[in-house]
Ligand binder design. Structure first.
Ligand code: NAP
Length: 217
């Protein structure tokens, strides 16, 4: 049986270290100015095709986006990435940002302090709401992944917890040449070196530099 890895792919980061802008809400899912983080993806052919738009870049950035879903058997998300609803769920009406058929097509484990029944969507995505913390979410996702990798989708607070616990095997950052000034900082206060991470590879894309951090063997 293959060894399951916990992997972060294509996580966009501003040059000043933010993974989301401030003031997330229904109008600003990535926070204010957050979309500047994602321009490398929004201009990629694979993204445009997914959204029914013609054209798009076909270089390195596109290749990164194209392979970001390869070999993934389950996902873990933080509750804020799942949606803008905060506190106890008022009802079951919020079903994620992605419409009836989310792009995951696997089980997805959403970390939250507020219990909720599992939610089955079209195309094989099933959201499970995990209230027992990051280790429980990882155990459940690993079991559900059927020997494939588990992808940690974000957001920032969730990745920070898994990094602090040194549970992430590979962290691919798409570092953008933009300055957000405020928002959710990804790495502030986290000593990656002490946790055993090093830059294993970097690749220049058209609109982002792709940096791969891995745990030293
Ligand atoms: N830069 C990128 O490529 C990228 C990728 C993905 C997402 N994002 C952005 O990141 C932002 C979201 O990040 P975020 O840092 O605000 O939040 P997040 O990590 O998505 O979610 C944090 C929330 O998840 C729940 N949670 C997290 N850890 C938990 C634990 N151990 N036990 C129980 N519940 C737990 C808590 O919600 P409750 O207590 O309310 O239940 C917590 O407030 C969004 O703007 C999203 O668009 C950016």
């Amino acid at each position: 049986m293959s060894v399951v890895s916990l992997t972060v792919r294509c996580f966009a980061l501003s040059t000043d270290g933010y993974g989301a802008g401030p003031s997330q809400d229904l109008q600003n899912p990535l926070g204010v100015r957050g979309p500047e983080l994602m321009e490398w993806l929004f201009q990629a052919r694979v993204w445009r095709t997914m959204h029914g738009e013609p054209g798009g870049d076909t270089g390195v950035d596109n290749e990164m986006a194209e392979h970001a879903f390869d070999g993934i058997g389950a996902w873990i998300l933080g509750r804020n990435m799942f949606g803008p609803v905060r506190g106890p769920w008022p009802d079951e009406s919020w079903k994620g940002w992605w419409g009836d058929e989310p792009p995951y097509h696997t089980p997805v484990f959403v970390l939250t302090h507020h219990p909720r029944k599992p939610l089955k969507m079209a195309g094989g995505t099933e959201f499970h709401f995990v209230t027992e913390g990051i280790h429980a979410a990882l155990e459940q996702a690993t079991a559900a992944a059927g020997g494939r990798d588990v992808r940690l989708g974000g957001g920032v607070a969730t990745i920070r917890q898994y990094l602090r616990a040194a549970l992430i095997d590979e962290l691919h950052l798409a570092v953008r040449p933009v300055v957000l000034g405020a928002g959710e900082p990804l790495l502030t206060g986290i000593d990656l070196r002490a946790l055993g991470y090093e830059c294993a590879k970097h690749v220049w894309g058209e609109r982002a530099m792709h940096v791969f951090l891995r745990k030293r063997a």
